[in-house]
Design a protein around this ligand. Sequence first.
Ligand code: ADP
Length: 395
Amino acid sequence: MTDLARWLKAHADDLIASATNELATSDSVKAQVAVAVEAFYTSLTYASATDNMNAIFTLLHHWVEGFGISTADTVGGLVPVLSILKQSTNHMLKILCKPSDGFAYLLVLDDMFTQAIVYASRLEEEMLMEEMKGRLAASEQRIEGLNKSKNDFIAIAAHELKTPLTVIGGYASILRNHKLIAEHTDVEACMTGIESGLNRLLTLVDDIIDVSLIEAGKIEISLQVTWLSHILNRVERQINHSLSQRDISFSVDYDSIPEEPIFADPERMVQVIHNVVMNAIKYTPDRGQVTINGRDLPGFVDIMVADTGIGIDSADLTHIFDPFSMVNEVALHSSGKVKFKGGGAGLGLPIARGIVEAHGGSIWAESPGYDEVTCPGSTFHIMIPMRDVPPDQEM
Ligand code: ADP
């Protein structure tokens, strides 16, 4: 063992106490810092005894990987930590060592600390590079995902726009042919076809406008006293026609719906529940069930729309509320909106979320998973704040 190693060992307690005081400002982290400082002086003693810096380098590796000495309450970064350790050691040399020995120790220690600081700064640089690389890869992946979503959206929107246009075009050309009208054509049916095509186009354009308002944070809601049972009644009337095209039982448990009025935008709330219920119908095979229940939670009412449909993969449960993020392949989008897994531009849930959040509420989905054979089903929760005073209009 060298004289320096012996000196370090003999004064370990004083060295640790002094360095810990310099490094940790609050009592809550002192114990943790003291353990790290003790490990440092043990490595320093070993390095000076063996004339080999490896013990210190290994410790620095350990620290840089996050088990380190720098916490929110201590000095950040390895290099400043080492500088403080060096300063504290030099100070203790001055106090505790004879000047004749002290000078020799100082020279050796200076060299060791320099090596440690050079090594630490290299480690930190490497670490930073790795972190930057990771962040870059994550943003590249995100951009790639967004690009795919936008491309999918354009493909679906084009498909969604084209379907009703083709229908309208077909009926219009039949109507133009007067001879056929006279003999075979049911004018009423043609007009209904044109109207339904136009309605579908209008809905899509409205949805695109809503999503862009939500994305820009400009959606306006007009909060007023309203009753959930009235809203659910209106949704029931709206979806009657769609239900008649499918073999699905639909029920609302009005007894579970809170009777007190809420402050909400009734038109927008109808839109939210309509979107969620239409999805429940769309993603549930025939002979399935869709039910709506309510429950009182502290400060909120939770409207639960449950179905016995194909369910949702856990990886998609949050993702389905993001605009332009399609869970389904573009190719799977069929034309009938009410058909099982029928068409849709993937805007219904992002709009629902935008409206619910503008009310100060939240919306989420739960499902045991996605399985078209066993149909585990999904439940959508729409939570709206229960207020008994009008909310601040600025909201
Ligand atoms: P879309 O027009 O595709 O229905 P939405 O925004 O309404 O768009 O829904 C986004 C995606 O969430 C759907 O494509 C579907 O994959 C999934 N989804 C929504 N509701 C349900 C549900 N009740 N059951 C299963 N999947 C659902």
